[in-house]
Write a protein that binds this ligand. Sequence first.
Ligand SMILES: N[C@@H](CCC(=O)N[C@@H](CS)C(=O)NCC(=O)O)C(=O)O
Length: 253
Amino acid sequence: MLELYHAHHSTCSQKVRLCLAEKGLEFESQLVNLAMKEQLAPDYLEINPNGVVPTLVDDGHVVIDSSVICEYLDEVYTDISLTPSDPHERAHMRHWMRYIEEVPTAAVRFPSFNMAFLPRFDGLDEAQFLEQQADVRPLRKAFFRRMGPNGFSDTDIKESFDQITKTAARMDEALQNGPWLLGDMYSLADVIVAPLIDRMADLGFAELWEKDYPRVAGWYARIQVRPAWKIAFYRGARLTEFLEIRPWSKHRH
Ligand SMILES: N[C@@H](CCC(=O)N[C@@H](CS)C(=O)NCC(=O)O)C(=O)O
């Protein structure tokens, strides 16, 4: 039995939910409330010492890290494959996956926190924030310290948008060769970048690619009509739906 510890709106959870849905796999949902810091509870840290979601448990075997989980699922449940069989193509997919983890995955956190999560820290002064929010996080201490209770600087936000724009430029170039990042094959690379593009669109920043990189807009439209999309992004899973708010503003800061 597959069990997934996840949060509705978390992009890393969405990556795994989309992978599961594409592969037609069902799972038992274990919701982790990030605002209540359930990801830092001792019993959760025992299965995921990084104190983040998602975590997959497959018949008692724990697998952590969203990309690793997706690769694991694709190796173990082979009926529908999202990985090329050719080693060169597979390396190409993995190069995309590493890039996606390093660049856009990190970049979307900055506007996400500034625009949606800061109210979690209302009323905390600097010292309380460090003690209760930053220093308790095994993986994100430095990120939280840099953010502070009042959010990231305009420079950080600009840098984040620049990273997303560069990602869109790379995607646009790759999409000259077919509907998906690897050409004709829909792969894990498409799966793991999709929630990041969706997050930026959800926050109101699709303008980062819509005009200059129309192939990305086409790819985003194509991926959203795949049947798996509605399963992974059920009502209430997008950040704005989760927080019951609308995209804030169109300007870039
Ligand atoms: N590399 C990890 C990162 C997971 C991660 O950052 N998860 C976020 C949600 S998208 C989280 O749990 N944040 C909790 C926190 O910041 O305390 C993965 O891909 O699974």
